[in-house]
Design a protein around this ligand. Structure first.
Ligand code: PMP
Length: 342
């Protein structure tokens, strides 16, 4: 967290909330403030109903509140899953490089973690992955799609194969879809009908531009929701968070109105990276992983920072990741890029 820079490092949505949402949100929060002496709805019933409606509408797969669990960001959802289904004798398996918080939460919940690999294009080699799942018999398998940090997607047919393999060893397949709304791939929620051991993890931090409100959720069979109920803390989701997220969901089209612009800007930034001779990994998310620069990642990261632009060195040698910002921010990133690549 560095002040007075263009922050293109944490895959946030760069656009502030629309004014109409700000006004209604302020009114709704005002309406519940006097009641903050009381604990919140500990089952977040209204919020989960609205999330179920959003998922049903956006994926075409009918789900109800019994299929949804909500928490303070999808990181808390991940932790809840690890607490419920992980532990010292419960192996978790992922495909690196991927979201670094998965192995981190494994570590703090004392869950052994096995890092499978991705190929040179950051795709999961499905026959290899299936063989690995059968060999290791993990309790938990993690797939992030679109993947962070690569931005690449795993197709629904590949996910289906991984679901079959994970089911055959009695494990749970956790599909982290934090960036799903930026992708054209169908959601893995479609797999729930045939694969009761699939859990889809979602967030309002990215496409809903609601990172500061901290709302994430999972979509799964009711048995998984019941497991989450065992390990959640009582009253974990504040009344303020619940009301804020419920209101945001009522304004879904307005909250998501910048997705198309972000995708167009992603193409523009991608083209700019290619034009200077760098390699931009094809992204289905709101960020781009790139390589092909001269020097070490840390030096190039510093060169951008020296020009007032904070991007992310994700610890992958020869690569850096840039979040797609608002057009003016991307303009400045591109200007810095051209200088650095000269
Ligand atoms: N999953 C992935 C793949 C992410 O990239 C992120 C955020 N960086 C998260 C989950 C967590 O997001 P949040 O806790 O804000 O919902």
């Amino acid at each position: 967290q560095i002040k007075d820079v263009i922050a293109l490092n944490t895959n946030e949505n760069p656009f502030p909330l629309p004014e109409e949402v700000v006004i209604t949100l302020a009114e709704r929060l005002r309406g519940v403030i006097a009641d903050l002496n009381r604990y919140p709805d500990r089952d977040a019933t209204t919020l989960r109903t609205k999330l179920a409606h959003y998922i049903s509408q956006s994926t075409g797969v009918e789900v109800t509140l019994d299929n949804i669990w909500a928490a303070n960001g999808s990181n808390e959802i991940l932790q809840t899953l690890f607490l419920a289904c992980g532990g010292a004798d419960h192996l978790a398996l992922g495909f690196s490089p991927s979201y670094s918080v998965h192995p981190l939460i494994a570590q703090i919940t004392k869950t052994p973690w096995f890092a499978g690999s991705r190929d040179g294009d950051f795709a999961i080699d499905i026959p290899k992955a299936k063989a690995l799942i059968r060999e290791k018999s993990p309790h938990l398998v993690f797939v992030t799609t679109p993947n962070n940090p690569s931005g690449t997607s795993t197709s629904i047919s590949d996910l289906k194969e991984l679901a079959e393999a994970t089911g055959s060893v009695g494990g749970l397949l956790v599909i982290d879809e934090a960036y799903a709304e930026f992708s054209t791939e169908p959601s893995a929620v479609a797999l729930l009908a045939d694969f009761p051991h699939v859990v889809v993890v979602r967030t309002m931090s990215k496409a809903f531009a609601f990172a500061g409100a901290r709302t994430g959720y999972l979509v799964a069979k009711p048995a998984v929701v019941h497991a989450a109920l065992i390990t959640r803390l009582p009253y974990h989701l504040s009344t303020l968070t619940q009301v804020a997220a419920e209101t945001a969901l009522e304004f879904t089209p307005a909250m998501q109105s910048e997705i198309e612009l972000i995708i167009a800007e992603r193409d523009r930034v991608g083209n700019a990276l290619t034009e200077v001779g760098y390699r931009a990994v094809p992204s289905a998310a709101n960020f781009i992983l790139f390589s092909g620069f001269k020097g070490e990642s840390a030096q190039v990261w510093q060169a951008f920072l020296d020009r007032g632009i904070l991007i992310r060195d994700i610890g992958l040698r020869g690569f850096l990741r840039v979040t797609i910002g608002a057009p003016a921010e991307n303009e400045q990133f591109i200007a810095a890029l051209r200088e650095i690549a000269e």
